[in-house]
Design a protein around this ligand. Structure first.
Ligand code: MRU
Length: 349
């Protein structure tokens, strides 16, 4: 793969194993790790080698298929029981992104009536491939709807990485930038570096630079100043889970951006595939928030920046209450408010 390739698929099925782009090593090294077992996939998700809600779901689906293909079980009932245990194992790799559970449950659902282990294996792999193929179309649609909110010359602000490498292609929050490029529309973006693990600096800045998008990197504490002084038209972010009432979980720091945007009268948009909308989770208070290792905070890269023995709190996500969300951009259209009802409607459409 060369540096000029127009997009990079972060999860690739290779017939009997996966290749997973190690997003922890970007932007300096571009390494695809082979994943041949369900344990390899669990590890890749847990260690953020594959990250971003839709990409996590895609990798997990292939992970379950990998287990299925390796199974020596011949009794289909026993196989399906064990499949459920493996589903729970993978679902524990990260707690917040609902796409993980959504993809795994989709695999369980399509295989539940299989008449033989072989049939189940074929169905499971096929479904994993379909989840990936669908996600590309879904993200493109989100890009089209998202772009309809912006005009030539607009300057936006984003957080974390909700881009092509976090999905099958295009991304969610970053999809409008790819679509704008295709259509000759000029959109610029400020990207927050996104402490503690710097998805903005390492991934969004890299990904958009590769695509020729006008991207400017800032540290997280510059966002209010940038919103006030740089004519920011809107903030656009992705999400790991939207609750039934429209509360939105996304990378830690997102809620602060929503507060700043509201104070400054700037629209705050959330790009969310329907697979990220979880009607079974009533409100943001019910969304499990992942806490990650303290070293993510006490170190920047390999360098320790905090004293030994310091207390650390490291939540990976926060919840933005629905009131602060100007609109949710899905593949089936844009919802502006009244989320309790509108999310139900759009999910069932
Ligand atoms: O911890 P991460 O890097 O998996 O967090 C990712 C995000 O917060 C993204 O905004 C979200 O998953 C949407 S990706 C299209």
């Amino acid at each position: 793969m060369t540096i000029t390739e127009s997009f990079i698929r972060s999860v690739r099925w290779k017939g009997d194993h996966l290749l997973i782009l190690d997003q922890q090593l970007l932007p300096h090294q571009r390494v695809f790790n082979p994943a041949s077992t369900i344990e390899d996939v669990w590890e890749s998700i847990n260690k953020l080698q594959v990250r971003g809600a839709p990409a996590i779901g895609i990798a997990a689906a292939y992970g379950l298929a990998l287990w299925a293909l390796s199974s020596k079980e011949t009794n289909v009932e026993t196989f399906l029981k064990e499949l459920k245990t493996k589903r729970d194992y993978l679902a524990n790799s990260r707690p917040t992104a609902v796409n993980l559970m959504w993809a795994l449950d989709r695999l369980l659902e399509v295989s539940k009536d299989a008449g033989s282990v072989e049939e189940a294996q074929t169905i499971l792999l096929q479904e994993a491939k379909e989840i990936q193929a669908e996600d590309e179309l879904v993200c493109r649609k989100i890009g089209e709807y998202g772009l309809s909110l912006f005009k030539d010359g607009d300057i936006l602000l984003t957080h974390c990485n909700a881009g092509g490498i976090a999905t099958a292609r295009y991304g969610t929050a970053l999809a409008p930038f790819y679509l704008a490029k295709e259509q000759g529309i000029q959109l610029s973006v400020y990207a927050d570096e996104t402490r503690p693990v710097l998805q903005g600096a390492r991934l969004t800045a890299w990904e958009l630079q590769q695509a020729g998008v006008d991207v400017t990197l800032i540290t997280d504490n510059m966002s209010a100043h940038v919103m006030k002084t740089k004519n920011i038209a809107a903030v656009i972010v992705g999400t790991d889970r939207v609750a039934a009432n429209g509360d939105v979980a996304n990378k830690i720091g997102t809620f602060g951006l929503a507060l700043q945007a509201k104070a400054l009268g700037i629209p705050f948009y959330v790009a969310a595939p329907l697979s990220t909308i979880d009607l079974d989770t009533k409100t943001g208070d019910d969304i499990p928030i992942e806490e990650r290792p303290h070293e993510e905070v006490t170190y920047i890269g390999e360098t320790r920046v905090a004293p030994e023995g310091i207390n650390v709190f490291n939540p990976a996500f926060d919840v933005t209450p629905a009131d602060y969300v100007t609109a949710i951009i899905t593949e089936k259209g844009i919802i502006k408010g009244n989320y309790g009802e509108e999310l139900q409607k759009i999910k069932n459409r």
